[in-house]
Design a protein around this ligand. Structure first.
Ligand SMILES: CC(C)(COP(=O)(O)OP(=O)(O)OC[C@H]1O[C@@H](n2cnc3c(N)ncnc32)[C@H](O)[C@@H]1OP(=O)(O)O)[C@@H](O)C(=O)NCCC(=O)NCCS
Length: 190
């Protein structure tokens, strides 16, 4: 009997909408293209990785690639050449208890068409299929657009960190972080 975790890891899931495909098969992802995206200004939280590091990152993540199909024939088996890589979302997860969503991107020429919403709806379908998940999380610096976007699609709530005021106990969770070498612009000690 296979678990939800091993099914997600071993059997790629796909969704189709007209000429577009979402797949969790990370072997379809063109690494050089993704690395070029990581260098873009819009992905302000990341920077390109050496090829081996990128390959291992993708293998160890639950990746959602968004593709444009140049041959929308449903009966034709997908091959790498017929798929243009146009969007991405990456979940860092143990496939059971925790999932962190990051690196969400749709090519600017295709933004505003509902593809980003569809991509994250696919992510949320998988999130909802994890029976032992304790928490899905993400970080964003874009309060205006991203907070309502993830609230609507993933039913996420803000983890507001209220530091202790006038000697009272703090309320809510404390989100903690320390940036390191992989963060753009990081200068510091190991
Ligand atoms: C966020 C993003 C993936 C949305 O993709 P998309 O295909 O344009 O999404 P849709 O067409 O389904 O919907 C657009 C919605 O995304 C919202 N949105 C969320 N974050 C956004 C962002 N950073 N930039 C632009 N739109 C964003 C828009 O407000 C819009 O909401 P509306 O439908 O209520 O007007 C895309 O804008 C993108 O790649 N942005 C750059 C990278 C980025 O900021 N990623 C998210 C970081 S948390």
């Amino acid at each position: 009997m296979s678990s939800v975790a091993s099914e997600l890891r071993d059997q790629p899931k796909t969704w189709t909408k007209g000429e577009y495909l979402v797949s969790t098969d990370s072997s379809l992802i063109p690494i050089a293209t993704l690395n070029a995206w990581y260098a873009r200004e819009e992905l302000y939280w990341t920077k390109p990785l050496p090829e081996l590091a990128m390959r291992e990152t993708l293998q160890n993540s639950l990746c959602f690639g968004l593709y444009h199909k140049s041959s929308p024939n449903q009966n034709q088996p997908e091959n790498d050449d017929s798929l243009e890589f146009v969007g991405f979302a990456r979940c860092i997860t143990d496939y059971t208890t925790f999932l962190f969503l990051t690196d969400v991107f749709v090519l600017p020429s295709l933004q505003g068409l509902g593809l980003g919403t569809w991509l994250i709806t696919c992510v949320q379908e998988v999130v909802k299929s994890m029976p032992y998940l304790r928490r899905s999380m993400l970080l964003t610096g874009d309060w205006k657009r991203s907070v309502p976007f993830y609230k609507k699609i993933m039913d996420m709530e803000l983890m507001v960190c209220n530091p202790p005021v006038e000697g009272k106990e703090a309320v809510g969770f404390a989100v903690m972080q320390r940036k390191s070498f992989g963060a753009p612009g990081f200068v510091g000690e190991p």
